[in-house]
Write a protein that binds this ligand. Structure first.
Ligand code: MRU
Ligand code: ZN
Length: 206
């Protein structure tokens, strides 16, 4: 379904799949796919819906000002962060998840401002990474209920940030890519690395 030429089918399949993995429970998470650049149009799930049940025809189209252009329901307040990421990085898709591991580790790393991974072959699933012999940093930003303020805080740092994701402390992961497939791969790789990081912390003596 991910290779579907219908963006609605493809996005709703990805949303349901992320929900099945336990990464978007309790209406958590939001997901966007750029369908047009000029004027900008994003396909998204409406705010507050069960992300395990979103059907292709229930997706809404949102513009560059976070306004709903077509479809029923409200745009997510977090659309502002999707727009900031898309405008700053040129991403085609942004996938925001709330996995327990990402949420837990993001709180622990809030003080250091990033989580570092090294030595793992799976790092090569991140765009631009070609060897396990490198240190990969996942930035962590403080959470804020004021999404305009949070977007403004994250925005200037996106250019310096890696081209695939950031954590919001106590909240979750934002991952993106130059296609829906690439964004989904980045979610999977980052979740894999976070899971191993967590296991390392619990296995290794301090
Ligand atoms: C379970 S509440 C989570 C929300 O506050 C938010 O962080 C989220 O990811 C989903 O919000 P939504 O408005 O459905 O896009
Ligand atoms: Zn969220």
């Amino acid at each position: 379904m991910l290779s579907s030429s219908d963006p609605r089918q493809a996005l709703s399949w990805v949303i349901q799949d992320l929900h099945k993995r336990g990464w978007a429970t309790g209406t958590g998470g939001n997901f966007s796919l750029v369908t047009r650049r000029d004027p900008l149009r994003l396909l998204m799930a409406p705010s507050g819906v069960d992300k395990g049940l979103v059907q292709p025809d229930e997706l809404i189209e949102v513009d560059a000002k976070s306004q709903v252009v077509t479809g029923n329901g409200k745009a997510s307040a977090e659309t502002l962060l999707h727009l900031a990421i898309i405008q700053q990085t040129g991403a085609a898709s942004v996938l925001h998840t709330h996995s327990p591991i990402a949420t837990l580790l993001s709180r622990r790393a809030e003080v250091t401002g990033a989580i570092a991974f090294s030595g793992y072959e799976m790092q090569k699933g991140l765009e631009g990474i070609t060897t396990h012999e490198t240190e990969v940093h996942l930035p962590v930003f403080p959470n804020d209920q004021d999404m305009a303020a949070l977007s403004q805080a994250v925005l200037p740092q996106l250019q310096a940030a890696p081209p695939w994701g950031v954590l919001i402390a106590g909240h979750g992961l934002y991952a993106w890519g130059n296609s829906l497939f690439a964004a989904r791969r980045h979610v999977e790789i980052l979740e894999f690395l976070l899971e191993l990081h967590y296991r390392e912390l619990t296995l290794l003596p301090h």
